[in-house]
Design a protein around this ligand. Structure first.
Ligand code: ZN
Length: 173
């Protein structure tokens, strides 16, 4: 049974904050309690992400300022991933890749962003167990994008201020 069949009846779609909402600039707090309310929020975030056809969502984007990220990079959209208190170290500053990124908080805009592609990632799961990995492929890009959200940073910050202003004006209309 996939996630949707199993949990959709008990979860809800949350409202996603949109750029340039200043709440997207808040720095998220570390998660210290691995309880039912954390699991409920993670489930609601996953529901929201699937409904909006996103591949990743940070708690900041739904106005919960804790260090929690949900993701699903699978083709069938049935492999949910949860990252609590994620952090990474860049292993090689000279090794980068460019990818056309999108963001549920900046709907309608895709921009090519260059990021380091060799990182060492550490995170906790919803039960508080610690994990460590050197991710490959899309996960490397996506997790950096989502951790940026927890820091109050957005993909538009990598663009020129001219371009950023153009996007801001279009989204405010
Ligand atoms: Zn985003």
């Amino acid at each position: 049974m996939d996630y949707k069949e199993k949990y959709y009846f008990m979860t809800q779609k949350l409202k996603i904050l949109q750029f340039p909402d200043p709440k997207l600039r808040k720095v998220a707090k570390k998660v210290t309690k691995f309880d039912k309310s954390l699991q409920n929020l993670a489930s609601d975030m996953l529901h929201t992400m699937y409904e909006e056809n996103g591949i990743g969502l940070a708690a900041t984007q739904v106005d919960h300022h804790i260090r929690l990220i949900v993701m699903d990079l699978s083709e069938k959209r049935n492999e949910p991933m949860f990252f609590v208190n994620p952090e990474y170290k860049i292993l090689d500053n000279h090794s980068t890749c460019s990818y056309e990124e999108g963001c549920l908080s900046i709907p309608g805009f895709n921009e090519e962003i260059t990021r380091p592609d060799k990182i060492d990632l550490k995170w906790q799961d919803l039960d508080g167990n610690t994990h460590n990995d050197k991710p490959k492929g899309l996960l490397t890009i996506c997790i950096q994008h989502e951790i940026d959200h927890l820091e109050g940073k957005l993909m538009v910050d990598y663009l020129s201020s001219l371009k950023r202003d153009r996007i801001r004006k279009k989204l405010l209309k």
